[in-house]
Design a binder for this molecule. Structure first.
Ligand code: NAG
Ligand code: NAG
Ligand code: NAG
Length: 495
């Protein structure tokens, strides 16, 4: 049997562990670069296809990637991905149920709006914006074969004009808070249709989200999956190893890490984030071909910065969300989404977390500031919302995803003008290096399930390359205007 004989010769060759790190060389059939959700899923599918001779090379000291929880104000909070988005057959939802992940109901309509005079009834404005979003989805589907325009243009065309601070705040809450970028830079054709695909494609009544509060971290379900095929202290898991250079050809791949460790593999699977690929944190020999760079550099790696704050007492509303409409500053801390952690967890008087999410330019601005300056600024903002008696927060944590060379952002967003062909180029293999991750998923671009599903598909494809024949992966040496034939992910309608 082909499968048996392959397994028998899949001997892992490791150099003597006594050798100094600088001269260490590891050989494997497949090198998976990055131990995040896509990497774990790729490994799982290699194993399922009989390929056990692989290594996972991870820069940090644990698996999980952007599923990364941290200690904050006495509890574990999610620095990165935090929601199960789309229930039903969504594989992330399936894993969440399988491993008993603790989640809380997320109710976006449990929101209170403020403006500079105090609490306002924002229900109608918020509903109006959601109606406009539904219309842009229908509009995007109708003009599916036409050239792309921005989500801003689509919103304007269907009649949405955010001419008051409250309307701008409602728009921020329903749009930027999801895409991590504003409608002005976001594609109408691709982002709208792609976003709508996630809930519809997971079966009836799947358009709900859950907020993960599990103290083992969101990563727990992915690590449990990895533990099904990794042994304790498995030498195939190479932690604390940051990839520096990738030398690739049609015959193999040599990976060099910062510490000099070399990994020689028949195939590599890159799970680097789009941001890492765009920042040249990893160098390529030879340089990536132009068609590949055209694919990579046109897309956006967005940043969704959760500024974690905790106070001695809760002074905010009991609603899950608070949205503040600042007359002057769209996207500043006030006109953004505040999240009341107490509304998601069993009441705990010692942990009063009220955190704020900022995106795009505001996130980049914050990341460049010192923690002390951020604390001063955010305390002033909160005082202007709730009164000058409010004390400084007792705890603050500032994730810096955008400046972190291991991530360079939180997740990808489809900007105006990029075509299906650009996306295929971004994803297409070079030599024997394959690419996966949330950004490479066609159907679930930007979503956690995109990383899991695409990672699995690429793992299966690479197994085919080893066992018999590599599946063909299309790419476009040049993308001409006449090639413009977008093929959309169609939302499935359920009755
Ligand atoms: C990785 O680094 C961490 C922290 O620096 C250390 O505790 C751990 O033992 C290291 N693990 C390996 C496998 O080298
Ligand atoms: C509240 O959180 C603290 C800190 O983690 C913990 O020690 C305490 O047991 C928690 N109390 C309740 C009622 O959950
Ligand atoms: C807010 O306005 C909506 C409709 O615009 C109305 O149905 C609702 O009762 C109002 N809520 C309050 C608390 O006044």
């Amino acid at each position: 049997m082909k499968l048996l004989s392959l397994t028998a010769i899949s001997v892992l060759i490791l150099s003597a562990s006594a050798a100094p790190a600088q001269s260490k060389t590891t050989k494997a059939k497949v090198a998976i670069l990055g131990g995040g959700v896509a990497g774990i899923s790729a490994a799982k599918n290699l194993v399922a296809n009989g390929i056990t001779d692989f290594v996972i090379v991870e820069a940090r000291d644990e698996l999980g990637g952007r599923a990364h929880d941290i200690e904050f104000a006495g509890i574990r909070v999610e620095k990165g991905c935090n929601w199960v988005q789309g229930l039903g057959t969504n594989p992330v939802n399936q894993l969440s149920k399988k491993w008993g992940l603790q989640v809380a109901v997320n109710d976006g309509t449990d929101v209170v709006f403020y403006d500079n005079h105090g609490k306002v009834n924002g229900t109608k404005t918020y509903n109006d914006f959601n109606d406009a979003l539904d219309k842009t989805y229908d509009f995007a589907l109708k003009r599916v074969d036409e050239a792309d325009i921005s989500s801003r243009a689509c919103l304007n065309i269907v009649g949405w004009n955010p001419d008051t601070p409250l309307k701008q705040a409602a728009e921020y809450y329903a749009f930027d808070w999801e895409f991590a970028e504003n409608p002005d830079v976001t594609s109408c054709n691709y982002a709208q249709v792609g976003d709508a695909s996630y809930d519809g494609s997971f079966g009836p009544n799947s358009d709900d989200d859950q907020f993960v509060i599990d103290q083992r971290g969101f990563k727990y379900i992915f690590i449990q999956e990895a533990n099904q095929f990794l042994k304790k202290h498995d030498p195939r898991l190479i932690l604390n190893t940051t990839v520096k250079n990738i030398k690739y050809s049609d015959n193999g791949v040599t990976i060099t890490a910062k510490d000099g460790h070399k990994i020689e593999a028949d195939y590599a699977i890159s799970t680097f984030s789009l941001g890492v690929l765009q920042h040249n944190d990893v160098t390529w020999s030879p340089k990536l071909p132009e068609w590949k760079r055209v694919g990579l550099f046109g897309f956006h790696m967005a940043t969704y910065l959760k500024l974690f704050l905790a106070w001695e007492d809760q002074f905010w509303d009991n609603n899950q969300y608070t949205v503040y409409a600042d007359p002057a500053n769209r996207g500043y801390y006030k006109q953004v989404t505040w999240q009341n952690f107490n509304a998601f967890t069993p009441k705990n008087d010692t942990t009063n977390i009220f955190f704020v999410t900022v995106t795009q330019d505001q996130a980049y601005r914050l990341e460049a500031m010192s923690d002390n300056d951020i604390k001063k600024e955010v305390t002033e903002v909160v005082r202007s919302m709730y009164g000058s008696h409010i004390k400084e927060p007792t705890h603050m944590y500032v994730p810096r995803w955008h400046s972190d060379p291991l991530y360079r952002g939180t997740y990808s967003n489809w900007p105006i003008g990029e075509l299906e062909e650009h996306h295929l180029n971004m994803k297409a293999p070079v030599g024997r290096v394959w690419f996966t991750g949330e950004a490479m998923s066609r159907e679930y671009y930007g979503y956690l399930q995109g990383a899991w599903i695409d990672g699995g598909e690429v793992g299966t494809k690479v197994a085919k390359c080893i066992k018999n024949k590599c599946p063909k992966q299309p790419y476009y040496p040049e993308i001409l205007l006449t090639d413009e034939k977008p093929k959309f992910v169609k939302r499935q309608e359920w009755i």
